[in-house]
Design a protein around this ligand. Structure first.
Ligand SMILES: Cn1cncc1C[C@H](N)C(=O)O
Ligand code: BAL
Ligand SMILES: [Zn+2]
Ligand SMILES: [Zn+2]
Length: 474
């Protein structure tokens, strides 16, 4: 096909592309805490430099400040808005991605250093390799391939690259509203590649869950106390918190907060049939993840609870003693962290009320003199695409060209907080075109992307540009 020279270029450049990913992974752009936002900013600068080398115009859009849970006001890293040279005759594609990462430490149990991209048996291990530095670079390399061969890119290209996705994309929602009539006005399509396949087969993603993230703070005394002196005669903050956290979900995974399950859109017969038709290898899933026993036995139930039912996970307790050794202390203040994945027809503002009311009631029943505070710093709605949008035709054709198969049509259990916002505010067509493998281990120890997915993914993006240009113009 006409894309063959481009595919050949991508194959020939693959070691160079891996080397660039290595440079990107080496920047520990962890967005979870302001202390490391300077690394996020450095990562954004490196990304912007690369886009400039492709001839792009860059704006570092300011998204203001964020009030941290300790009351401190911190300036947020900017968002990159970029545009390559524009031809009004071509459709315009806007590519969203993020270059921040989840925290990672070798001591967490990584086999290799998380910030040194290491290739073992065709897999590229490193924090951000799959989520989301590899895919962002793959987009840039797809552009580079056209340019290196002096071939015109068949679509106009814009980029939105942020560094706060893993912290909830604060400020990007407001920026989207502010730029709806400017940056977004000539955008025809929005594409996001920030998720994974469910098997060895490529996929197109048409829905993601949302997420409501909660802090439950219980504050006791002015300072930590000796448990031998005060233990037994005071209401301990940690004991209150553990009781609250233990009331959120039962051992079968059922969420116990009243009203949550009632809001969920009922499973239709048509939907149930669709789940039966999905190819999903439960044994491979068990093997990849190391999970020996799931809460459910069938592939249908497991996928439904990943894609179309809410789930509640407890992530951690700030202020709790968590170091090795035995410290006989009563922590003065502890903050429990948990989140509830959102599905249609849940509403984050309702969920916030339901959770707050429930926790306050349980806490009142304990008759504790401690202070309870419940906050919801992130409330992201689920996203569902219109699958009859032509963008899905282009995605399918691009997969066929590069992989020679029809893609799976899948949902995603995790959340890209801004996806629903882009849809609601801009009204533009959105598709997710994942290139991550089912076993990439995003957010886990030993996160990786296979060399093959990285390089074939770059070809997929190059083919997607072409297929979009072949669609009837809007
Ligand atoms: C930061 N955050 C909180 N909830 C969701 C997120 C985004 C992240 N991509 C995830 O799905 O986990
Ligand atoms: N990769 C899925 C969304 C996220 O965790 O960044
Ligand atoms: Zn992530
Ligand atoms: Zn991501």
């Amino acid at each position: 096909s006409g894309l063959d020279p481009i595919f050949k270029y991508i194959d020939e450049q693959q070691n160079e592309f891996v080397q660039r990913l290595k440079e990107w992974v080496a920047i520990p752009s962890d967005s979870s805490e302001p202390q490391t936002w300077d690394k996020v900013v450095r990562m954004l600068n490196v990304t912007a430099d690369k886009i400039k080398m492709l001839g792009g115009n860059i704006e570092f859009a300011d998204v203001g400040s964020q009030r941290m849970s300790n009351g401190q006001l911190v300036h947020l890293p900017p968002v990159i808005l970029a545009e390559l040279k524009k031809d009004p005759k071509k459709p315009t594609l806007c590519i969203y991605g993020h270059v921040d990462v989840q925290p990672a430490k070798k001591e967490d149990g990584w086999t290799t250093d998380p910030y040194t991209l290491t290739e073992i048996n065709g897999n590229l291990y490193g924090r951000g390799a799959s989520d989301n530095k590899g895919p962002v670079l793959a987009w840039l390399h797809a552009v580079e391939a056209y340019q290196a061969l002096k071939q015109e890119i068949p679509v106009n290209i814009k980029f939105i690259i942020e560094g706060m996705e893993e912290a909830g994309s604060n400020g990007l929602d407001t920026l989207t509203e502010q730029r709806n009539m400017t940056f977004f006005s000539d955008v025809d399509y929005i594409v996001i590649s920030d998720n994974i396949w469910i098997s060895k087969k490529p996929a197109l993603t048409y829905a993601t869950r949302g997420n409501c993230f909660f802090f439950v703070e219980v504050e006791g005394q002015k300072q930590d106390m000796h448990s031998g002196v005060f233990g037994g005669s005071i209401h301990e903050a940690m004991t209150d918190l553990i009781a609250l956290l233990d009331s959120l979900v039962d051992s079968r995974g059922r969420i116990l907060v009243p009203g949550i399950n009632e809001a969920v859109a009922p499973l239709t017969e048509e939907e149930e049939k669709r789940y039966q038709g999905i190819e999903f290898d439960l044994e491979a899933h068990k093997k990849d993840s190391g999970v020996t026993k799931f809460l459910y036995d069938t592939k249908e139930e497991i996928l439904q609870h990943r894609w179309r039912y809410p789930s509640l996970s407890i992530h951690g307790i700030e202020g709790a003693f968590s170091d090795p050794g035995s410290k006989t202390v009563i922590p003065r203040k502890v903050i429990g962290k948990f989140s509830i994945r959102q599905v249609p027809n849940m509403d984050p503002s309702e969920v916030e009320k339901q959770v707050t009311k429930y926790l306050q009631k349980l806490f009142a029943e304990r008759n504790s003199p401690n202070q309870l505070k419940v906050t919801m710093p992130i409330g992201a709605k689920p996203w569902v695409a219109n699958v009859s949008d032509p963008q899905f035709v282009a995605g399918r054709r691009a997969v066929q060209t590069v992989f020679g198969v029809d893609p799976d049509l899948i949902c995603e259990g995790s959340t890209i907080p801004i996806a629903r916002n882009f849809q609601d505010v801009t009204g533009k067509s959105i598709i997710m075109l994942p290139i991550g493998g089912a076993d990439d281990g995003e957010h886990s120890q030993n996160e990786k992307m296979s060399r093959s997915n990285y390089i074939q993914g770059t070809k997929l993006f190059a083919a997607f540009f072409y297929e979009l240009s072949q669609l009837p113009q809007k």
